[in-house]
Design a binder for this molecule. Structure first.
Ligand code: HEC
Length: 144
């Protein structure tokens, strides 16, 4: 009986330690990604989309050239409406609104500038822009 108690205690200790390690690994990984993503964003995206992702002024209306300006990435924009796959495509291959009066890609392609991992990382950062603001708007409730 006594030996069994020791065994159970040891098992409990080991499994709690294992659990703590398993919890730690993905957390620290996720936390490092938006930091790297933020650096990529500030370097390659902020000039058009704004330092805080606020977009260009009058982003909802075509400019003098008949092109839509860079939109914000917060909840007021529409970045959050796109699937991860679509966001990846837009950043990698570039994008233009089909109604633009010019043919050029107003959103430049980044496939020759950023690695696939960097593109994923900057998209993860974009998510923090609308999730942070929406948690303020909705009183801290996560939309999961
Ligand atoms: C030269 C200016 C410019 C730069 C630099 C730029 N963008 Fe854009 N981006 C735009 C414009 C303009 C649009 C709007 C295109 C349209 O819909 O006509 C856009 C659209 C987007 C969209 C789609 C948003 C939506 O709601 O449809 C995403 C996502 C995006 N950009 C991400 C990025 C990321 C990430 C970077 C940096 C790696 C970046 N952009 C750099 C100009 C830029």
């Amino acid at each position: 009986m006594r030996n069994r108690g020791v065994l159970v205690t040891t098992w409990l200790l080991l499994s709690t330690a294992g659990q703590a390690m398993a919890d730690d690994a993905p957390l620290s990984h996720d936390a490092s990604q938006p930091i790297e993503g933020e650096q990529i964003y500030q370097q390659h995206c902020a000039s058009c989309h704004g330092i805080d992702g606020e977009g260009m002024p009058n982003w909802q209306r075509p400019n003098a050239m008949g092109e839509l300006p860079a939109p914000p990435h917060g909840p007021e924009g529409h970045t959050w409406k796109h699937s991860d796959a679509m966001l990846y495509r837009m950043v990698s291959e570039g994008w233009r609104d089909p109604w633009n009066e010019t043919e050029r890609l107003t959103m430049p392609a980044f496939e020759d500038v950023l690695t696939p991992a960097e593109i994923r990382s900057v998209i993860n950062y974009l998510k923090t822009l609308w999730e942070l603001s929406s948690s303020l708007v909705y009183g801290g409730k996560s939309r999961g």
